[in-house]
Design a protein around this ligand. Structure first.
Ligand SMILES: [Zn+2]
Length: 118
C-alpha cells in the first residue's frame, strides 16, 4: 500500500513516474525533530510513526541527489529521488489545485431579461 504524505493539506502518494516520491523521517533525533516541527506547522494532530513519510513537494531541488535528474534523463531510474543526508522539508503545501476553481458558476446574465412587458 502506498504511503501518503503526512503534511497538512497534502496527501500525495508516489506517482510512480519519479515526479513525486515520498521520504521517510530520518532516524537521527535532531533531524527527526526538524521534520516533525515542519509537519506540526501544517497540522496540529500529527504524531510521527515509522510509516510517516513526506513527499518530494516539500523539499527544494537542492535537497535531492543531483544524479537523479541525470538518471531520469537517460531513463535509468525513475522510481524516485534520493534525499541527501541532513536535508529537511521547507516548502508548505502549494496552492489549491486548479480543478477547484472550475466549480465556480459562470451563468450567463442575459437569459431571463428577454420577456419584455407590453
Ligand atoms: Zn506532500
Amino acid at each position: 500500500m502506498p504511503r501518503r504524505c503526512v503534511v497538512g493539506g497534502c496527501s500525495n502518494i508516489p506517482d510512480g513516474r519519479g515526479r513525486i516520491s515520498v521520504h521517510r523521517f530520518p532516524k537521527a533525533k535532531r533531524m527527526r525533530k526538524i521534520w516533525i516541527n515542519f509537519v506540526n506547522n501544517t497540522r496540529s494532530d500529527f504524531a510521527c510513526t515509522d510509516n510517516s513519510v513526506i513527499c518530494s513537494n516539500h523539499f527544494t531541488e537542492e535537497c535531492f541527489d543531483p544524479s537523479f535528474a541525470v538518471k531520469l534523463q537517460f531513463g535509468l531510474d525513475s522510481r524516485g529521488r534520493t534525499l541527501l543526508d541532513g536535508e529537511y522539508p521547507s516548502i508548505k503545501c502549494k496552492a489549491e489545485p486548479e480543478d477547484k476553481v472550475s466549480l465556480k458558476t459562470n451563468a450567463p446574465s442575459n437569459s431571463i431579461t428577454d420577456n419584455a412587458r407590453q
